[in-house]
Write a protein that binds this ligand. Structure first.
Ligand SMILES: Cc1cc2nc3c(=O)[nH]c(=O)nc-3n(C[C@H](O)[C@H](O)[C@H](O)COP(=O)(O)O)c2cc1C
Length: 730
C-alpha cells in the first residue's frame, strides 16, 4: 500500500472517531488517576501469600459481631463488610492477620463515577456502549495504520526506532510518542473492544457453573471455623471474595471466589459441597479489565494515564500536521494565471517543508518583478509564457516521488511547452535514506532528455532541509540569471534563553580573515563541544550560530570575518573584558559519543572549532583529526591548541593539508588516504564526525562512500542510523 493510502486511512479513521475518542481519552486520564490515588491510602498488605484465610476469619469473628464478606482487592487492600457494636453495617479495610480496622471504605468520589459512566456509555446506555466499543476498534485500527505509516516514514520496519528527522514540534513528537505508546494503546483498544463485546453478550457465558454434591460421605464436625482444613490451607493471595453464611444453619454455606474457581463450603463440616471452575472467557474478562483499568498496579496505571494523554496529543498534533499540509495546497489557489507567467515553480512535497522553501523562492522572484506561477508537479500543464521552470522536490519511500508528483512523468512526456525552457532542479532529501534525492535525480534526467529544455545549473541536493544550503543554491541561480533574489530567512521559532558572557580573549585576523574568540559564561552553564552558540548582532532577532569548543568552563569559537557578515563583525568588534548576551543551544546530534573512545574528526577551515574542544575534553581517546586549510599560515591560530593536546594525548594524530600550497591537497584527499583507518574505526564502533563547509561535506561523503564499499554491510545511511556518522556543516 502506498504512503498516501496509509495516511488517508489513518486520517479518515481519526476524523471519524475524533469526538468520541476525545471524550474516551479525557475520561481515561481521569480514571487512570483513581487506582493511583487509591494506592496512596496505604492500606495494602504485603505477603498475602503468608496469611491464611483461617487467620483472617478468626480475627474478624473476634472483633465483630457479624461478618458478611471479606474481599481481597487487586490493590492488596483487604476489605470486610461487618456489623459493628453499634449495629451498624460498615465496609472497612482490615489488617487480615488480626481483623483490626485500618480504615473505612470511603464513598467513591463523584468525579470517578461520572467519568466511568461517560467513558463506558457516554450516558447513552446501550447505544453509547456500542459507540464506545466501536471507537475502541477504530482506535486499534488507527494504531495499526499509524505504525505502518511510521514504518514507511522511517524507511522500513527495522528502522522504526531509528533517529527521527528534524521536523516541527508536532510532527516530531507525533512520531516519537507513537513509538513509545503503540503497545499500551493497542492493549487499551483491544481490551476496550473485548469488554464492550462482553457487555453486549457477544462472548460465551462467563459465569461459573457449579457441580453440586461433590462432598465425600465421611463427615467430621468442627467446633471452630479456624480448624477447617480448607481455611488453613488457603492463603489470602488465592482469594477474591468470601461471602459468609447468613445463619448457622448447615444449609447456609460459605461462598468463596478464588482466583480460578468458586466453591461453596459447609460451615459445620468444612466440606466443599460444590465447585465451579471459571471458563476461559471469564479469566480473559478479568485480565482485560485489569489491563484496561490499571487496577492493582500503580506502574500500569501511570502508563495508561500517559498513554491516554498521548492520544489527546496525537489528535492535536495530527490536526496541526493535516492543517499544515492543507495550507500548502491552499496557497496554490491564489496564484496568478498560469499562462501569464514567465517562471513556473513545481513543488514535489509530502509533508510541506519543500513548500516553505518554494514559497520563499516564489516571493523573492515576485519581488524582483517576475511573474511566477507555483504549482504541484501533478498539475503540470502547458504554460503559454513560461521560459523558466524550477523543480523543487523531496524524495520518499525507496527513492519515490512524493504523492503530489507521482503523475508528473507521464504528463511531462505528453505535454510540450511552446517556448524554450531553462530549468533547474533542487532535490530535498536526507542522507539518512539510502536513495538520497533519488527522485530529484530522476527529474533532472527526465528534463534533460526533453528537447527544448536546457539546464541552467547542475542538480542541487539539499540534506535535511538545510536553509543555508538552499540560500547558496539561490545565490548561484540569481547570479546565473542575473536576477537579484532576496530569500527571506525563516524566523526563529522560539526565543532562546540569553545568558551573559565575558570575553576572555580575541585574536587578530589570520591570513584567511579568521579569528578566535574565547567567552566565559558569567554563571555556571552546562554545555559541551558541538553545541551551538546563538549570537544576536542586531535588533532583527536573527541568530548567527557558531559551533562551540568547550575549553574547561569557557567557550572557544573560530570565526571567519566576512566583509558584510553581521555576526562575525559584531564578535570581532569585542575586546577582552567586554560582555555580551548569547544563547547556548544543545546540539545532541553533534556531540562526541559518550561510549566511544575512537573517532575520525574531519574539518576544513573554521569547522575545526568543535573538534578542538572534543580533543580537549576526551584527552585519552584515539582520535585522528584531519583538517584542510588554504595555507600553512591558515592553521597558525590553532597550532598552540593542537600542540598542547598532542602533548597530552599520545593517541591523538593530527593531519593537515593545504589547498593553496605544497602538494595542494583537500581534506577529502586525507580521507581517501585514511581508508583502512576509517574502516577499522567504524568496525570498532568508533565515530566519524564532519564539520565545515557544505562543499567539503559533499566531497568527503563521496570519498567515504567509496571507502565503505569495501565492506558490504556498511554505507553512509547505516553509519548515520547507528550514530557513527555525525555532521554539522554550513
Ligand atoms: C517516509 C520518508 C521517506 C523518505 N525517503 C527519502 C529517500 O528515499 N531519499 C531521500 O533523500 N530523502 C528521503 N526522505 C527525506 C525527505 O525527502 C526530506 O525530509 C524532505 O525535506 C521532506 O520534504 P517535504 O516536507 O516537502 O515532503 C524521506 C522522508 C520520509 C519522512
Amino acid at each position: 500500500m502506498t504512503l498516501s493510502l496509509w495516511r488517508y486511512s489513518h486520517l479518515a479513521l481519526a476524523v471519524v472517531s475524533s469526538l468520541f475518542l476525545l471524550v474516551a481519552s479525557v475520561t481515561a486520564v481521569i480514571l487512570a488517576v483513581e487506582p493511583i490515588a487509591h494506592q496512596t491510602k496505604g492500606f495494602a498488605v504485603e505477603n498475602l501469600d503468608e496469611v491464611s484465610l483461617a487467620e483472617s476469619i478468626t480475627g474478624l469473628k473476634k472483633n465483630y459481631d457479624e461478618v458478611f464478606s471479606l474481599e481481597v482487592e487487586l490493590s492488596g487492600f483487604v476489605k470486610a463488610s461487618v456489623l459493628t457494636e453499634d449495629f451498624e453495617t460498615k465496609d472497612i479495610y482490615i489488617n487480615p492477620k488480626t481483623g483490626e480496622k485500618l480504615g473505612e471504605v470511603a464513598k467513591r468520589p463523584e468525579i470517578y463515577s461520572f467519568a466511568t459512566n461517560l467513558h463506558r456509555s457516554l450516558f447513552l446506555k446501550s447505544i453509547g456502549r456500542f459507540f464506545v466499543g466501536l471507537v475502541s476498534l477504530l482506535l486499534f485500527l488507527i494504531a495499526i495504520t499509524g505504525i505502518f505509516l511510521l514504518a514507511k516514514r522511517q524507511g522500513g520496519i527495522k528502522k522504526i526506532f531509528s533517529k527521527v528527522q528534524k521536523e516541527y514540534f508536532e510532527m516530531r513528537y507525533h512520531v516519537i510518542l507513537s513509538r513509545i505508546f503503540f503497545i499500551p494503546i493497542v492493549i487499551v483498544a483491544l481490551t476496550g473492544v473485548y469488554l464492550s463485546a462482553e457487555k453486549f453478550e457477544l462472548l460465551p457465558n462467563t459465569s461459573a457453573e457449579f457441580q453440586e454434591n461433590i462432598a465425600s460421605e465421611e463427615t467430621q464436625f468442627f467446633e471452630n471455623l479456624s480448624e477447617i482444613p480448607f481455611f488453613n490451607e488457603t492463603k489470602l493471595s488465592e482469594i477474591k471474595k468470601v461471602d459468609f453464611p447468613f445463619s448457622e444453619d448447615a444449609e447456609d454455606y460459605f461462598h468463596i471466589a478464588l482466583n480460578d474457581r468458586e466453591i461453596k463450603l459447609n460451615q459445620q463440616t468444612g466440606a466443599i459441597v460444590s465447585r465451579a471452575e471459571y471458563p476461559f472467557v471469564a479469566i480473559a474478562s478479568r485480565f482485560s479489565l485489569i489491563l484496561h483499568t490499571g487496577e492493582g498496579s500503580v506502574l500500569w496505571s501511570i502508563i495508561l494515564l500517559i498513554a491516554s494523554a498521548s492520544i489527546i496529543f496525537f489528535m492535536y498534533s495530527g490536526f496541526v500536521m493535516t492543517l499544515k499540509r492543507r495550507k500548502k495546497v491552499v496557497a496554490n489557489s491564489v496564484m496568478p494565471n498560469k499562462d501569464e507567467c514567465e517562471f513556473v515553480i513545481l513543488v514535489g512535497s509530502e509533508t510541506g517543508t519543500t513548500f516553505d522553501f518554494a514559497t520563499r523562492l516564489y516571493n523573492a522572484l515576485t519581488h524582483s518583478g517576475k511573474q511566477v506561477f507555483m504549482t504541484e508537479p501533478n498539475n503540470y500543464s502547458v504554460y503559454a509564457e513560461a521560459k523558466h521552470i524550477l523543480f523543487l522536490t523531496a524524495t520518499y519511500g525507496e527513492g519515490e516521488a512524493p504523492t503530489n508528483a507521482r503523475k508528473f512523468e507521464p504528463l511531462f512526456k505528453t505535454i510540450n511547452q511552446p517556448n524554450k525552457i531553462n530549468y533547474s532542479v533542487v532535490g530535498f532529501g536526507s542522507l539518512e535514506y539510502p536513495n538520497y534525492c533519488e527522485f530529484a535525480i530522476k527529474i533532472q534526467s527526465l528534463l534533460q532528455s526533453k528537447t527544448g529544455f536546457e539546464s541552467v545549473l547542475p542538480l542541487y541536493k539539499i540534506d535535511n532541509a538545510d536553509f543555508t544550503d538552499f540560500q547558496k543554491w539561490a545565490k548561484k541561480y540569481s547570479e546565473k540569471l542575473a536576477i537579484p533574489l532576496k530569500i527571506e530567512t525563516p524566523k526563529p521559532t522560539k526565543k532562546p534563553k540569553l545568558i551573559s558572557f565575558e570575553v576572555l580573549k580575541r585574536t587578530e585576523l589570520n591570513v584567511d580573515d579568521t579569528f578566535l574568540i574565547q567567552l566565559k559564561p558569567k554563571r555556571k552553564r552546562k554545555f559541551t563541544s558541538g553545541d551551538l552558540l546563538s549570537v544576536f548582532p542586531d535588533a532583527s532577532g536573527i541568530a548567527r550560530q557558531y559551533s562551540i569548543a568547550k575549553m574547561d568552563d569557557s567557550i572557544l569559537l573560530s570565526i571567519k570575518k566576512h566583509e558584510f557578515g553581521k555576526g562575525s563583525n559584531f564578535l570581532f568588534g569585542l575586546q577582552a573584558g567586554d560582555s555580551l548576551k548569547a544563547a547556548i543551544e544543545t546540539n545532541p546530534d553533534f556531540h562526541f559519543p559518550k561510549k566511544t573512545d575512537s573517532a575520525i574528526l574531519i574539518a576544513n577551515g573554521t569547522g575545526i572549532a568543535p573538534f578542538l574542544g572534543m580533543v580537549h575534553e576526551r584527552k585519552n581517546a584515539h582520535i585522528q583529526l584531519l583538517w584542510g586549510g588554504r595555507t600553512q599560515n591558515s592553521s597558525a591560530i590553532y597550532d598552540s591548541y593542537l600542540m598542547f593536546e598532542d602533548f597530552r594525548n599520545k593517541n591523538l594524530h593530527v593531519q593537515k593539508c593545504f589547498s593553496r600550497e605544497a602538494s595542494k591537497k583537500y581534506v577529502q584527499d586525507l580521507v581517501a588516504q585514511s581508508g583502512n583507518k576509517i574502516l577499522n574505526t567504524v568496525k570498532n564502533n568508533g565515530c566519524i564526525m564532519i564539520c565545515g563547509s557544505l562543499s567539503m561535506q559533499h566531497g568527503v561523503l563521496e570519498v567515504l562512500e567509496e571507502i565503505l564499499k569495501k565492506n558490504p554491510s556498511l554505507s553512509l545511511d547505516v553509519l548515520m542510523q547507528k550514530g557513527q556518522l555525525k555532521m554539522d556543516c554550513y
